[in-house]
Design a protein around this ligand. Structure first.
Ligand code: 13P
Length: 278
C-alpha cells in the first residue's frame, strides 16, 4: 500500500474486471477527501491533476501534497499528471514523483500524435512511470474553455497508435465528453467493443461526470479500466459550500470541502466496483 505505479493498479483491475477512478483534485482538502474515501472503502485510487488546472493549483505546491498523501495512504495510490501538454510540465511532474503521465496529442494528426507521444513516453520511462495517451477526440474540454467536437476513435488508428507508441493505457473517444453532458451521454459501446477486441492494453474513459452506473458497467465489461472524474467532484464541493452559508470557523469549512469531495469519490468507486479490493 502506498504510492504505486498506475500500471500496477490497472493490471489488478484487468485481472479482476473492475474500473478504477482517477479523481481530479485542486487543493489539499480534495486530496485528503479522495484518500480518505479510498481508505474507508478499501479501493485503489488514482489522484490526478491536469496541466490546464495549474494556474489555480501550481504544480510545485499541489504535486508534493499529492505524492506525500499517496505515500502515507493505507491503500495503493497512483499520482497521475492528466492531459499533459508540454514537455516542461510533464518533466516537472515526473521529478516531483508522479507515477504516471498522460500526454495529450489528440488534437494533432495521427503521425504527429504518434511521434510526440513516443518522445514523452521515452521521458516517462526514464522515471519508471506509466504512460497514457489519447486517440480520437473527447468532447468539451478539461477546463470548459472550449467545446471540442467529439471525434470517435477509429479502430485501425487506435491499433496502430498503441503498437507504435508502446504506451501502457489508451484513452479513447466513444461519445464521452469533459464537463457535464448536455443531454444523455450517447456512448458508442459497439466501437468500444471493437477497440477492446483489437487492443491488449487497458482502456481509459475520460469525461466520467454524468455517465450512468449501467453505462459504466457496460464500459468496464468492454475493457475500460481507468475512469476520469473531475466536474462531479468540483460541483459537489461547490454545492455543499453553497448550501452551508454559515460555518462555525474556517476549519469547519475546510472539513466540509474534504467531506464533499469524499462523498463523490465514494459514489464513483462503488459504481466502478473497485471497493473492497485492497
Ligand atoms: P469530467 O470533468 O467530465 O468528469 O472529466 C474528467 C476528465 O476526463 C479529466 O481528464
Amino acid at each position: 500500500m502506498t504510492l504505486v505505479k498506475m500500471k500496477d493498479i490497472l493490471d489488478q483491475a484487468e485481472v479482476n474486471h473492475y474500473g478504477v477512478g482517477a479523481f481530479s483534485v485542486a487543493n489539499m482538502e480534495m486530496v485528503r477527501g479522495a484518500v480518505w474515501a479510498a481508505e474507508e472503502l478499501r479501493s485503489p485510487l488514482i489522484l490526478q491533476i491536469a496541466e490546464v488546472r495549474l494556474n489555480h493549483s501550481p504544480l510545485h505546491l499541489i504535486g508534493p501534497v499529492m505524492v506525500e498523501a499517496a505515500k502515507r495512504a493505507t491503500v495503493p495510490v497512483a499520482v497521475h499528471f492528466d492531459h499533459g501538454l508540454t514537455e516542461g510540465k510533464i518533466r516537472e511532474a515526473l521529478e516531483i514523483g508522479f507515477t504516471s503521465i498522460m500526454y495529450d496529442g489528440s488534437h494533432y494528426p495521427l503521425e504527429k500524435n504518434i511521434n510526440e507521444t513516443k518522445k514523452m513516453a521515452a521521458m516517462a520511462r526514464e522515471f519508471g512511470a506509466t504512460v497514457e495517451a489519447e486517440i480520437g477526440q473527447v468532447g468539451g474540454s478539461e477546463d470548459g474553455s472550449i467545446d471540442l467536437e467529439i471525434l470517435i476513435t477509429s479502430v485501425a488508428e487506435a491499433k496502430r497508435f498503441a503498437a507504435e507508441t508502446g504506451i501502457d493505457a489508451l484513452a479513447i473517444a466513444i461519445g464521452n465528453a469533459h464537463g457535464m453532458y448536455k443531454g444523455e451521454p450517447n456512448l458508442r459501446i459497439d466501437r468500444l467493443a471493437e477497440i477492446n477486441s483489437e487492443i491488449e492494453i487497458p482502456l481509459v474513459l475520460h469525461g466520467g461526470s454524468g455517465i450512468s452506473e449501467s453505462d459504466f458497467h457496460t464500459c468496464i465489461s468492454h475493457g475500460i479500466r481507468k475512469i476520469n472524474v473531475a466536474t462531479a467532484t468540483f460541483n459537489n464541493v461547490v454545492k455543499v459550500i453553497n448550501e452551508n452559508t454559515h460555518f462555525e470557523n474556517y476549519f469547519s469549512y475546510q472539513q466540509r470541502i474534504m467531506e464533499a469531495a469524499a462523498v463523490n469519490v465514494k459514489h464513483h468507486m462503488e459504481m466502478f466496483m473497485s471497493t473492497g479490493r485492497v
